[in-house]
Structure formats: structure tokens, C-alpha cells
Design a protein around this ligand. Sequence first.
Ligand SMILES: [Zn+2]
Length: 282
Amino acid sequence: MSNDQTVVTIWLLLTVGIIGTIVGSFLNVVIARVPEKRSIVRPRSRCIQCDSEISSGDNIPIVSWILLRGRCRHCSARISIQYPVIEALTGIMWIVITGWALVTAPEDSLVNPLLPLLITVASALIALFAIDVRWYKLPNEIVYFLYPTTIVGLLIALALGGDWSEFPNLAVSALGGAALWVGVIGGLWLATRGRAMGLGDVKLAPILGVILGWGSLSSAAIGLLAAFVLGAGVGLFLIITGRAGARAKIAFGPYLILGFFFGLIFGSSVWDSYLGIIGLSR
Ligand SMILES: [Zn+2]
């Protein structure tokens, strides 16, 4: 990469990161309102303590929270650190995914054609993660939005990639990933009568499985495995340290989401080293 290209890339990633924090600010509204079935469009955000409207000037992602030192301008009530954290996390996520899309771009294109889909899905997953931790549910409003989004996003990726002869292989692998995720999560939901997982997890599973499967079936398998390893690890830690009883209610959605990202980023390399260990390297 030449110097000029490096400078352009850095500016591009910074711009993407700033847009990400603005989207993160919108995700904060989604996280606060969707579980209570309130509109995400209106009214404008208000202080939960003194009910004064938050002006645009006090609504700049991350910056406003720092300038106001985490307090309402009018009544000094504390504003949760969750707001700047979600904004920063979304900005970082946008930068990481765009960076990944640049690095994994096919020979004749600038970015990986999965970029629009991944950036949309990742943003929705941040909201689902935060909502599940607090409310133990994955709202249908968000999960159902992901179904058409994913189908359209995969078709856009295929159209941008330009190789329709690949479609049958990709479709089989993607559907295999979806079947694997929904089979395992749905099977556990049935077997435990909804105690180990919620129905929201079952509805989210095929989305995560289909996207990972589109990359490779092994990524889908590794992602699912990572979700269970993480879930079991954290669950055991909470029980051993006495922070949760063996029958405590634990949201599983966050582990599915973390497993998805693990599979997306590390899936194929973990699979390759596994094949290497058992002596079947390609
Ligand atoms: Zn206030």
C-alpha cells in the first residue's frame, strides 16, 4: 500500500467510525424503547429525571456525555455510562468490520461485498445483546427485521461479487449453516421446554447460521461451538463465585451473538488448524 492509499484508508475508517457512533446513538434509543413497545421515531429523548428535552447540541455521541460529565444539563441527574459505551462500541464495530471488508476484498473489487449486510446485522446484534442482558428477551421487532435484511444483503453480496455460478454452492452451505444453528438451538429449546433457551434464541439462530454458512459451513459449526463454550464457561464462573445459583436465569442470546462474531472472524482459521492437528490439512 502506498502512502496516499494509507492516508485515504485512515480517513475512510475514521469517517466510518464517526457514522458508527451516530448509529450507536440511535441504538441507545432502540435499546431503551423497543422492549417497552414505544416508538423509536418520536418523541425526542428526554431526561428520565426532570423530563426536559435533550437538545441536539447535548446529543453528540460520546462527546456530549463527556462534556456534561455524565449528568443532565438541567437537573444534574446521572446519565448512564451505557450511552457512550454503546456509541463507542458501535463505532469500533463499524471500523473493525470495514477493515475486515477491505482486507478480505476479492481481487477485482475494493471491499468484501458482505460489508453492507454485516454492518447492518452487527448493529442490530449490539442492540439485541444489550436488551437480552437486561430484559431476558430478543424482541421480535428486531429479529424479524433481520430476516428480509439478511436475504437482501446476501443477494446484494452475490450481485456485487458477480459470480452467479457460485450461487448453488453458497446456497447449500448457507442453508446448511442455518439448519445447523436452528437444529441445535431449537432442539435444546424443545428438550428443555424453553428453560435453557428462549424462543427468541430459536428465531435468531437461523439468521446467524445462514450468514456464517455463506462463508463456510465450518465457520457456522465453530461459531455455534464457541457460543456454548462461552456460555458454559461464564455460567460455571458465576455459579462457582456464588454470583448465580445453578437455577439462575441466564440470557443465552449474548453467547449466540459472541459465538457468531467468533465464527465470523476466526471460524476458518480455527477449522484449518484443527484439520492440521488431526493430520488432514488441505
Ligand atoms: Zn434532567
